[in-house]
Design a protein around this ligand. Structure first.
Ligand SMILES: Nc1ncnc2c1ncn2[C@@H]1O[C@H](COP(=O)(O)OP(=O)(O)O)[C@@H](O)[C@H]1O
Ligand SMILES: [Mg+2]
Length: 348
């Protein structure tokens, strides 16, 4: 639904004479229709630049952006016809902002109607659509209120209703919950999830909070210094040994290092029971195994469990027991070590 290919954005301060800032450095992103896709990264990683390039609020330096099969970059900056097409394409992309960007002099309903005015809809159409959307976001009774009379969460609901006015297929959200308290954050995320399900809306959301990704995203990407350094569905990430996103999505706890012991993270999906595996391992190799940490959780709708074990001795001494764990079909991660090939135990 959204594809960026080699997307690059270079800013130049001081009217083009200052130093260059490479905000995006060849970003390839692929967001599938109907999914909620989270982009996470620290401040300055290029997240806002990415989202602004996706709807051409910002002109990419190079690379392409395709939304719903249409190459938006091909339309930008061309003749009047291309401009019209770009405007139309952009009206199908809703945008939600961190600071809501509501007009304080307009009522809630008039704020939601604004994009419909720009699209030239009749008064009757605008009013019907705005009231329908306010009902959808749970604010039917606030149509005549002014933004100043609303809580932060309510303002963001208005922002979301306004973003939906043009019947978008895609909703972009830049830190939509960063200005909200944790309870309100949860409610807004739930609303985005509901809209995604009810309307089949594709959602690309930017955040610096792992919890946001964890609670609503089907897929995620990690950005650093203008690049995507990891990406995939939550399931793929959790199944990738050494994935930083996966361990941040699902921290297991417990010290990862220690003298004369080998720390092993065991990940199991669904209802696989690890307890018998651990005791069998202990019996078979006659070793004492400590459990350093364990957690079971639902991440991106998948039930998974993780356990951090310590085996006595160095890694080299434990290749056979680790191979045994892998043979049980468990995903094994050795923190601080490159993923060992699956056959390593068998070879020795
Ligand atoms: N309009 C701009 N002019 C110059 N530099 C910018 C501009 N917008 C962003 N930057 C720079 O680009 C980099 C990425 O910024 P941004 O996309 O806002 O990151 P994020 O949203 O992840 O915090 C930062 O170094 C930032 O200072
Ligand atoms: Mg930002």
């Amino acid at each position: 639904m959204i594809t960026t290919s080699g997307l690059t954005k270079i800013y130049r301060a001081h009217r083009g004479r200052g130093p260059e800032v490479v905000a995006l450095d060849g970003v390839d992103l692929h967001v599938r229709k109907g999914e909620v896709y989270g982009v996470i990264g620290q401040s300055g990683a290029g997240k806002s630049s990415l989202i602004r390039c996706v709807n051409l609020l910002e002109r990419p330096t190079s690379g392409t952006v395709t939304v719903a099969g249409q190459d938006l970059t091909a339309l930008a900056g061309r003749g009047p016809r291309a401009c019209r097409e770009l405007r139309r394409a952009r009206s199908r992309i809703g945008m939600v902002f961190q600071h809501f960007n509501l007009l304080s002099s307009r009522t809630v309903q008039d704020n939601v109607e604004l994009p419909l005015e720009i699209l030239g809809k009749s008064r009757r159409e605008r009013s019907a659509k705005a009231l329908e959307l306010l009902d959808l976001v749970g604010l039917a009774d606030k149509a005549r209120a002014y933004p100043a009379q609303l809580s932060g969460g309510q303002k963001q609901r208005v922002g979301i209703a306004r973003a939906l006015a043009g019947d978008p297929e895609v909703l972009l959200s830049d830190e939509a919950t960063s200005a909200l308290d944790p309870d309100t954050t949860r409610q807004i995320l739930q609303l985005l999830r509901d809209l995604n399900r009810q309307l089949g809306l594709t959602v690309l959301l930017i955040t610096h909070e792992m919890d946001v990704v964890k609670s609503v995203c089907d897929s995620a990407a990690l950005m650093e210094k203008g690049r995507v350094v990891e990406s995939g569905t939550v399931g793929e990430l959790l199944a990738t040994p050494g994935s930083r996103l996966a361990s941040a999505l699902f921290p297991v706890g417990g010290e990862a290092t220690g003298a004369d012991r080998t720390v092993v993270d065991v990940t199991f999906h669904g209802e696989a029971a690890t307890q018998p595996v651990v005791s069998r391992l202990s019996r078979t190799y006659n070793i004492d195994i400590s459990i350093l940490g364990a957690a079971v959780d639902t991440v991106g709708g998948l039930q998974i469990g993780r356990m951090r074990l310590a085996l006595p001795g160095r890694y080299e001494d434990n290749v056979v027991p680790i191979g045994f764990l892998r043979e049980q079909g468990l995903q094994i991660d050795i923190p601080g070590r490159e993923a060992a090939p699956l056959t390593e135990g068998a070879r020795l």
